[in-house]
Design a protein around this ligand. Structure first.
Ligand SMILES: Nc1ncnc2c1ncn2[C@@H]1O[C@H](COP(=O)(O)OP(=O)(O)O)[C@@H](O)[C@H]1O
Ligand SMILES: [Mg+2]
Length: 230
């Protein structure tokens, strides 16, 4: 079995708004192995996005730990945390979040440029990845000139450019038609097995989730047994 790359234990999160408290995560423990494709399913409001954001240090938990390899992410100083976010984690959002004023190629290259990679090298790597996601010929196009499915493929290439250990995706096909959604999942599966990168994908589409290696279900802030994956 592959080694565990990402692990969280007993994660809790409560939002406070004045006197009102909303417990959103009630003690979530989860392990993700190298190259694994893990789907997190569950109804809207069950805490999937909150958990994913905490796994990616985009939000902080009230309690619990998140380990990426040998490092506990919320014990790191801000500089190292930002570096881990840039180098070891990749993110894919429901709405691609591509920068509209940059080309597809530049968008893919951006995390590498931020990491200090030389421009020429970053562009070559970005081109290679665009080819991997089937968009080698579209690098010069602006995001607005691409279809929804193509934009998500650019976002996938961008998430991969620094060769992260784990890619976190929040409803990456939530905005796509069934055929494009299917293609995005196929691509994620191929890339996970080719590159050995783990993908954690939040979705409420059970059919797409069924294509992943493993599924966990969230309900009311907890991971519960998933009958559908038995
Ligand atoms: N910033 C926030 N402040 C208060 N409540 C929030 C905040 N973000 C999320 N919530 C609440 O937390 C719960 C879980 O949200 P979320 O993690 O987005 O669920 P999911 O992604 O499964 O739909 C919801 O009830 C939501 O209203
Ligand atoms: Mg969500």
């Amino acid at each position: 079995m592959q080694e565990v790359v990402l692990r969280c234990s007993n994660i809790t999160k409560t939002y406070r708004d004045g006197a009102a408290e909303t417990p959103v995560l009630k003690g979530v423990t989860l392990e993700v192995r190298q190259g694994e494709q893990l789907a997190i399913v569950g109804s809207s409001g069950s805490g999937k996005s909150t958990l994913l954001h905490i796994l990616g240090t985009l939000d902080t938990p009230c309690g619990g730990e998140v380990w990426l390899g040998e490092e506990e992410l919320f014990s790191l100083d801000a500089a190292r945390q930002a570096q881990v976010r840039n180098l070891e984690l990749g993110f894919i959002y429901q709405f691609h979040h591509l920068l509209p004023e940059f080309s597809a190629l530049e968008n893919v290259a951006m995390p590498a440029l931020i990491a200090g990679t030389r421009r020429k090298q970053a562009m070559e790597k970005a081109q290679e990845l665009l080819e991997k996601v089937g968009l080698g010929h579209r690098g010069k196009h602006a995001p607005s000139e691409l279809s929804g499915g193509e934009r998500q493929r650019v976002a996938i290439a961008r998430a991969l450019i620094n060769q992260p250990r784990v890619v976190l995706a929040d409803e990456p096909t939530g905005n796509l038609d069934a055929v494009s959604g299917e293609a995005v999942y196929q691509l994620i599966r191929d890339l996970a097995s080719q590159l050995g990168i783990a993908f954690v994908v939040v979705t409420h589409d059970n059919q797409l989730a069924a294509r992943m290696d493993r599924r966990v279900r969230m309900h009311d802030g907890l991971i519960v047994p998933d009958e559908a994956s038995a």
